[in-house]
Design a protein around this ligand. Sequence first.
Ligand SMILES: Cc1ncc(C[n+]2csc(CCOP(=O)(O)OP(=O)(O)O)c2C)c(N)n1
Ligand SMILES: [Mg+2]
Length: 260
Amino acid sequence: MNGMMKALANTGNTPDNTFIVAGIGCSGKIGTYMHSYALHGVHGRALPVGTGVKLANPELEVMVAGGDGDGYSIGAGHFVHAVRRNVDMSYIVMDNRIYGLTKGQASPTSREDFETSTTPEGPQQPPVNPLALALASGGTFIAQSFSTDAQRHAEIVQKAIEHDGFGFVNVFSPCVTFNDVDTYDYFRDSLVDVAESGHDPTDYDAAKSKILDADKEYQGVLWQNESAVAYDQKHNIDQDMSAVDSGAPDGAMDLVREFY
Ligand SMILES: Cc1ncc(C[n+]2csc(CCOP(=O)(O)OP(=O)(O)O)c2C)c(N)n1
Ligand SMILES: [Mg+2]
């Protein structure tokens, strides 16, 4: 949350031009804690709501935030289509590799052998790779960060906001209550920052090989397609969609309102 706030402030956004759409879960509470417009909707449906908010009012800075269960399980279909639609907004997923709010069931990013109350011998199926799913869906900005590396996390979220299109950041955000495997210590020891190896995020093959590398956990901007045009720009959605076209009969807007 701290990183999101810093990134919003650093990009010149204010609470009154920012709209957070939050998922359902511990992570979904984030909209309630931030002093901006926010909507806490239905599990797995934050992205289509965020898309609607942005297209209805393009002046707003729209940030969608949720958990790994919300985004990659019940919301997986929306994730794929929001990524490929490439509306100019950001999507921040707090990935703790567990369903935290409902007290510790396996999530799509849980390890194959991770024992939980619903998977006493582990899920016994490989986890979803969210970055690969985003790449396969035509993602134009794909990044990963770590909640406790606050300054770096804020920088990465800022890049997602600045990207002209759908800025996706998977954030490792350990759950200290229900996940004793993917812990702060684990990520501190294993994370490799792509910036340190001179990774070029505009190099598709380099991005693909890092995203598909199952042996390492990367932090940083993995892939950015700077030439892709955002949906809202492509379709000139820069006007107030509640306005009636010029030439409409007198009182047309009053009539429109009667339908609400
Ligand atoms: C339609 C629907 N199905 C199931 C639930 C129960 N539920 C609430 S939060 C949650 C999972 C949350 O996991 P995640 O998105 O990873 O968030 P976390 O709590 O880990 O931050 C589930 C299954 C619900 N609220 N609504
Ligand atoms: Mg979770």
